[in-house]
Write a protein that binds this ligand. Structure first.
Ligand code: SAH
Length: 355
């Protein structure tokens, strides 16, 4: 059964599906979902992420982890974890740089948490020269300090959408029309009281996005960090709070209709970092302020690092290289839209760059 047939039959049998269910089916349905059946990331795929744009991104993150590790003077083993590692490029760049610090590498146990079997195979190939462990959830990590990186991970998690109209909360669903086209429909929510209590102060007729998957993962990670120590670094596009419909679909590097051609485009929503921060705080962790990718990478010396890298390049390689670096930090490219947030235990030392 194709993904389209699966979605159509589910709606025909059970009625309209939530946006969250639609995203889950499109992205993660076994064998037929987007991440199980295609190679989405990179120039030849549908979308490109920072580590795929330039190796400088992963190298600077590696340096940040080394600075962090030095600042806490860690003398025991620790977990170096990546959530949703895509093609494995980011971890390869991090490990190449941190490999120069033999003590760091000797103490680090590297764990990748990835749901897509297909991407796990890509990661295995990409990282064949490094000792890596794959686990399916945070519960499988050993109890030791844990440094986590998640780049463009939270935006890929299925999200619910709500809207308050005439003082009644509705949840946005997807239905199938007689013409065979999918369309959005708002249906009364069964959580009126809870939604009103938590979000009653927000304006009417505006879409509110709630990502329970992200909250649950951040809650589990927070419990782990509280128990064992460590830090998690989230890099993604989004903002602190806010509302509005941010569901978007990308195919071959261009926006497309999220309801058109399900399973053949990447579906995401913007990350609400306030919800991430609140979840971590409710678990007793400390969260940093939200800073732009531009400020984060600039503080880590992206300009010097990219100049140093360019020395052995030809003129045309240099042009390509500097264009890629500019894409990561320019205000009208990824520099401002992408944000960085870290969470750590309340009594941890100040975090490099942030504090
Ligand atoms: N971080 C990568 C790829 C981002 S795409 C990069 O920067 O290039 C999102 C990734 O998250 C994919 O690898 C996808 O399969 C994975 N993913 C989505 N949901 C997940 C979950 N619940 N647990 C682990 N991995 C997940």
């Amino acid at each position: 059964m194709s993904l389209k047939e699966k979605i159509f039959s589910e709606i025909t049998e059970k009625g309209p599906i939530t946006v969250e269910r639609y995203m889950s089916l499109c992205l993660y349905e076994k064998h037929i979902g987007y991440y199980s059946s295609s190679n989405p990331i990179g120039e030849s795929g549908d979308f490109i992420t920072s580590p795929e744009i330039s190796q400088v991104f992963g190298e600077l993150l590696g340096l940040w982890f080394v600075a962090l590790w030095r600042s806490i003077d860690l003398r025991s083993r620790f977990n170096l974890v990546e959530l949703g590692p895509g093609t494995g490029t980011l971890m390869a760049d991090i490990l190449r740089v941190t490999g120069k610090m033999s003590e760091f590498s000797q103490q680090a146990s590297v764990y990748l948490i990835e749901t897509s079997k297909r991407l796990r195979l890509t990661q295995k190939k990409r990282l064949k020269n490094f000792p890596i462990n794959w686990v399916c959830s945070l519960q499988h990590l050993p109890n030791q300090p844990t440094f986590t990186i998640a780049n463009e991970f939270l935006d890929a998690l299925p999200t619910r959408q709500f809207i308050r109209i005439n003082n009644k909360w509705k949840e946005r669903h997807i239905d199938l029309g007689p013409d065979g086209n999918l369309f959005f429909v708002n249906l009364p929510s069964s959580n009126q009281r809870e939604l009103q209590f938590l979000y009653g102060h927000l304006p009417e007729n505006q879409i509110l996005e709630i990502c329970d998957h992200a909250k649950n993962i951040v809650a589990d990670l927070s419990d782990h960090i509280k128990l064992n120590g460590g830090v998690a670094l989230f890099i993604d596009y989004g903002s602190y709070g806010g509302f509005g419909d941010t569901l978007q679909a990308i195919t071959k590097h261009s926006f497309t209709d999220p309801l058109n051609n399900p399973g053949n485009s990447d579906l995401t929503t913007h990350v609400n970092f306030e919800a991430i921060s609140d979840t971590a705080k409710s678990k007793g962790l400390r969260t940093t302020e939200l800073i732009s990718q531009r400020d984060f990478l600039s503080a880590l010396g992206i300009r010097d690092r990219s100049r140093a890298l360019s020395r052995n390049m030809s003129k045309s390689e240099q042009r390509k290289h500097f264009r890629a670096v500019a894409r990561l930090i320019d205000q009208n490219s990824m520099g401002e839209l992408f944000k960085v947030l870290a969470i750590t235990s309340r009594n941890a030392n100040p975090l490099p760059v942030f504090e």
